[in-house]
Design a protein around this ligand. Structure first.
Ligand SMILES: C[S@@+](CC[C@H](N)C(=O)[O-])C[C@H]1O[C@@H](n2cnc3c(N)ncnc32)[C@H](O)[C@@H]1O
Length: 389
């Protein structure tokens, strides 16, 4: 099996509720979509396409390349089938591999057992065919094989990403309650921002939203910030393919953008962290950072810009009361000082969101690792009416 010479099913996975935005990105790259589901998108393509998807997608988690589909009622079926598979064509004899899985089969109550069966089949096949075996373990920075097994349907993939793509590589200091980079990027794709007018991000925390906005508007792709992927560790990989893909994304960067990004936070630490992260991303010059209360954020006038808040949600007792006032003040600030803008609040607390006191024009559903979230959109035209609290 020559992995780099075949076309197959590709599944690009993502966090829950990000797939509409992931789909949009994949279509923009010129691919046709076969299917979109809650946590991913399916398409057809080659390993070379997988390299491009790994480097260019902002909303993805993993890019999986299908190598085998089969029926398996129990773990022994997995072992027996995979012992026949030509692993020596995919994993290097002196290499390293790990196994990940997504298992929902009645005969298995611990998916790690399924992983061990896959690993054993690979190792035994290698010993039989070559007299030696590659190393294996939990590290995701070399070759990664992924097992999807639901009821009696099993499918094996080369996970071409390894470590998740949902982190974009520039955030070396996380700060307080940071948004996952892929989620931040997806919420930006959900806004009406035209990438030319101002993007204002009070309460910026570690700067994720402002940095993702700068990356989006200058067309800087996540592949610029990462140098190791699992596809680099499978047989047949040629560095020239990756180098060409990197050159292509470097050439796409827009050098002299016309927009203004303003990011503020009341915490000096947060602004320091944001500046460090923006520096790593190479976009520090594009963002005006300031330490101030959100109500002191300077809003450029006569604009069709975006003002985007991600306030705390208050998961500890006693915090919610203070946050009610904050949310209400955010509503007042947007109404009085941001006329002509579109306002956004990303929150996981819908009761607190009511304290904004403005009627949202859209409520867009998202999800973080723990909670149901909303991106609420407010049209802040002159004369915006408050709703009764
Ligand atoms: C949930 S965090 C934002 C996280 C951010 N989206 C990220 O990805 O890192 C909320 C931020 O609001 C800031 N904050 C709280 N009250 C504020 C206020 N009155 N004015 C400005 N910033 C405030 C906090 O310092 C904190 O950094």
């Amino acid at each position: 099996m020559q992995l780099f010479n075949i076309s197959s099913r590709i599944i690009v996975t993502c966090s829950k509720r990000l797939s509409p935005y992931l789909q949009q990105e994949i279509i923009a790259l010129g691919f046709s979509i076969e299917r979109t589901f809650q946590t991913g998108v399916e398409l057809k393509g080659t390993m070379e396409d997988c390299i491009r998807l790994n480097l260019e997608l902002r909303c993805a988690s993993q890019v999986l390349f299908s190598i085998k589909e089969f029926k398996a009622d129990n773990a022994e079926d997995i072992y027996v089938t995979l012992l026949q598979f030509p692993w020596e064509d995919i994993i290097q004899k002196d290499g390293y591999f790990s196994i990940t899985s997504n298992v929902d089969n009645p005969s298995i109550n611990n998916s790690l057992y399924a992983n061990v069966k896959v690993k054993d089949a690979i190792v035994d096949r290698f010993r039989k065919q070559t007299g030696s075996r590659p190393d294996s373990g939990p590290e995701l920075d070399k070759a990664v094989i992924h097992l999807y097994w639901k009821e009696d349907y099993a499918e094996l993939f080369v996970d071409t990403s390894g470590h998740t793509l949902s982190k974009h590589g520039y955030r070396k200091i996380p700060g307080k309650a940071p948004m996952l980079e892929s989620l931040a990027a997806a919420t930006l794709l959900a806004t009406k921002w035209d990438r030319k007018s101002s993007f204002i991000n009070p309460m910026c925390g570690s700067g994720t939203l402002a940095i993702e906005a700068a990356l989006l508007a200058t067309n800087r792709k996540p592949g610029l910030y990462r140098s190791n992927y699992s596809f680099m560790h499978v047989t047949g990989y040629q560095e020239s393919i990756y180098e060409d893909a990197i050159k292509r994304i470097e050439q796409q960067v827009i050098d002299n953008p016309s927009f203004k990004i303003i990011a503020t936070d009341i915490s000096e630490d947060a602004i320091h962290i944001s500046k460090v992260n923006a520096g790593i991303a190479g976009v520090e010059e594009l963002i005006n950072f300031e330490v101030c209360d959100f109500q002191q954020t300077l809003i450029p006038g006569n604009e069709n810009g975006i003002i985007y808040f991600n306030p705390e949600y208050g998961d500890r007792l006693g915090e919610e009361e203070a946050l009610q006032i904050t949310y209400s003040l955010i509503g007042d600030f947007m109404k009085k000082s941001c006329k002509g803008y579109t306002g956004y609040i990303f929150t996981g607390n819908l009761e607190l969101a009511k304290k904004i006191g403005l009627k949202p024009s859209r409520r867009i559903e998202f999800y973080t690792s723990k909670i149901d979230c909303r991106l609420l959109e407010y049209e802040l035209y002159s004369g915006t009416k408050r709703v009764e609290k």
